[in-house]
Design a protein around this ligand. Structure first.
Ligand SMILES: [Fe+2]
Length: 609
């Protein structure tokens, strides 16, 4: 692992404006573009471009997200003290150029495309921001990509001193960093000590298997993790030949097996195929009864195990080095809940914090916070500990759309609404649940959710078939009130914190697995959300009401979208999704829209009693 160019460690006061500083953070041009606004050191709003443009994983310059953030805060671009981009474009360009030249002549076909992409967008970010927003160039700042990841992880976590580990595919050059943060005396120190550099990357190792297994890179990694539970790590020794551990606990990839450093067209080489067999084509089903199906599941299990053991070792070394009890994890790799749970269990850290948006979208917020604390040297702030920074749902929009469409619309007092929905859920209905501001990050944590009973595998299959339109091996997640979590889930010390934003996978207690079949993965685990009342009080109340009816205060909670679409944002998108798929009832504010009950649904009260 290289010594890093150390990130700015101490605050540098660059501006006379040290209070009420208004900063717009932007991430764009790779995947999951987003914008966020921080005022006086505190986030005011943040949203991914896909939620507004309705293009999943939208990577374009996030004009709609910026527009919404400015409108939400009542700011004009001229009011902003700074606009911060989440990576240093010239360094990224340097990496693309250097990699292409190193790989010449193998790279000659992809090189023009890479250069065109960079010249078109990435390098000239300052000009794009300046011309699109009318902000003077001197107000446009850049953070390093992993400094933004580290800031997202550390500055949003309820800890004042922590070790920091970030890992993703690649930023400019860094693919993994280790460091520490300290904000005990009102000033912020955020130091990245060392880094692993492209083309050596755990994120790209995992993405290479994602592509090899026929899933889209940057969004199919979830599928690899889901598939891994169905396989045995029988190829683990072969995966280990791809990655050489170094004495300092880091790693290098054996580049003979990869092509990601020479071409954008394919990430694995012919030697990789010689080692693991023919790749899966995207449209071939995965049939675990066939030799190939089992081979693919075993490949997924094997790369998952190598990712876990490598990161656990790096985290363990970081714990020894820093002696700190807390760890903040950032970067796209921190979306892997199995890895996170193993780090918590095995690295020696007592608490592990993963933000709701550890990936690149979250960097919009991290870049803005980094600029506030480090560039402007503004005082430290404790931040609200929730993910709800996006646009709010307008219940009257829902009522209007449903009435115009001739559906049954009711406006209920809160106690009646909770009773009605708890009854519907206990009767086996599927409910679309929209509540307040939407989540920032890829997970529905109680404001844009599809909720249903978690008890039977038939419900899981129905959701996959009729609503999510996705592979049958994809698991669903449960949500449980914090006070009841230990009864149903085997949470280690610190597990509930990791589960606050669904960032850990933990065992379902064996005696409850049959009654939680829709949310228990094939290996007996679940990516549970442990819900504190203060974070989403309405959903918390609903869980309790459901528990009173069924004896089990646990619901299946999956993101409110169908396959290939972003999570719904506005009421109209929730309504259109409700009309197009098998959701039975839809809630926003006091409004309940109900479809005619399906005759196929059955009461689950008896099932769990
Ligand atoms: Fe990243």
């Amino acid at each position: 692992m290289r010594d890093g160019p150390r990130s700015q460690t101490a605050a540098i006061n660059r501006s006379p404006a040290s209070t009420d500083v208004k900063i717009l953070g932007i991430s764009a041009h790779y995947h999951d573009s987003a914008a966020a606004v921080v005022v006086d050191g505190v986030p005011v709003c943040a949203v991914q471009e896909e939620r507004l443009s309705r293009r999943k994983n939208d990577a374009g310059f996030p004009l709609a997200a910026i527009d919404w953030c400015l409108e939400q805060t009542g700011l004009d671009p001229a009011d902003l003290d700074a606009v911060v981009f989440y990576e240093r474009s010239m360094l990224k360009f340097e990496r693309i150029l250097t990699s292409a030249l190193r790989a010449f002549p193998r790279s000659w076909q992809s090189f023009p495309q890479a250069i065109r992409n960079s010249l078109g967008e990435k390098v000239w970010v300052r000009g794009i921001i300046s011309s699109q927003l009318g902000v003077p160039a001197r107000k446009i700042l850049f953070t390093k990509h992993h400094a933004a990841h580290a800031a997202t992880a550390f500055l949003t976590a309820p800890t004042r001193r922590a070790a920091i580990l970030t890992a993703d595919g690649v930023g400019e050059w860094a693919t993994l960093t280790v460091g520490h943060g300290d904000r005990r005396d009102g000033r912020t120190d955020l130091t990245l000590l060392r880094e692993v550099r492209f083309p050596h990357s755990l994120g790209l190792l995992y993405s290479t298997f994602t592509a090899y297994l026929g899933f889209p890179v940057n969004e199919g990694e979830y599928k690899v993790m889901g598939l891994a539970a169905y396989g045995r790590p029988s190829y683990v020794d072969r995966v280990r030949t791809l990655i050489r551990r170094t004495p300092d606990g880091a790693f290098t990839l054996d580049l003979d097996y990869f092509d990601h450093h020479t071409t954008a067209k394919r990430s694995y080489s012919s030697r990789f195929v010689d080692l693991f067999g023919p790749p899966r084509h995207a449209y071939d089903p995965i049939d675990l009864k066939t030799t190939d199906g089992r081979r693919f599941a075993d490949c997924a299990a094997s790369v998952q195990q190598v990712l876990e053991e490598t990161l656990v070792d790096i985290a363990r070394a970081l714990r020894r080095e820093t002696s700190l009890p807390d760890l903040c994890l950032g970067g796209g790799v921190a979306l892997n809940g199995v890895v996170n749970a193993r780090i918590l269990a095995e690295s020696g850290f007592e608490r592990v914090f993963v933000p709701p948006a550890p990936g690149d979208a979250g960097c919009a917020l991290g870049a803005a916070l980094y600029a506030d604390r480090v560039y402007f040297g503004n005082p430290d702030r404790d931040l609200p500990d929730h993910p709800f920074w996006g646009p709010s749902v307008d219940a009257h929009d829902l009522a209007r759309a449903a009435r115009e469409d001739g559906q049954a619309v009711e406006e209920l007092e809160e106690p009646q609404l909770i009773d009605r929905i708890a009854d519907a859920l206990a009767s086996g209905r599927i409910v679309g649940w929209m509540d307040g501001a939407c989540e920032f990050g890829p997970r529905a944590l109680g404001h844009r959710s599809i909720l249903t009973a978690p008890h039977s595998s038939a419900m899981r299959d129905r959701l996959n078939r009729d609503i999510k339109y996705r592979e049958e091996f994809r698991p669903f997640a449960p949500v449980v009130p914090a006070e009841a979590a230990d009864r149903y889930f085997d949470l280690p010390a610190g597990g509930a914190r990791l589960a606050r934003f669904m960032s850990g996978v933990f065992p379902v207690r064996p005696e409850w697995r049959s009654q939680l079949a829709a949310v228990t993965h094939v290996d007996g685990s679940a990516r549970v959300q442990v819900l504190d009342r203060d974070m989403a009080p309405r959903l918390y109340t609903l869980l309790q009401a459901y528990g009173r009816r069924t004896g089990l205060p646990v619901l299946l909670n999956t993101s409110f979208n169908v396959a290939g679409e972003p999570i719904v944002n506005r009421a109209v998108e929730g309504y259109l999704t409700f009309r197009r798929c098998g959701i039975d009832a839809l809630v926003a504010g006091p409004i309940v829209v109900t479809k005619r009950a399906s005759s196929s649904t059955t009461s689950v009260t008896e099932e769990v009693a």
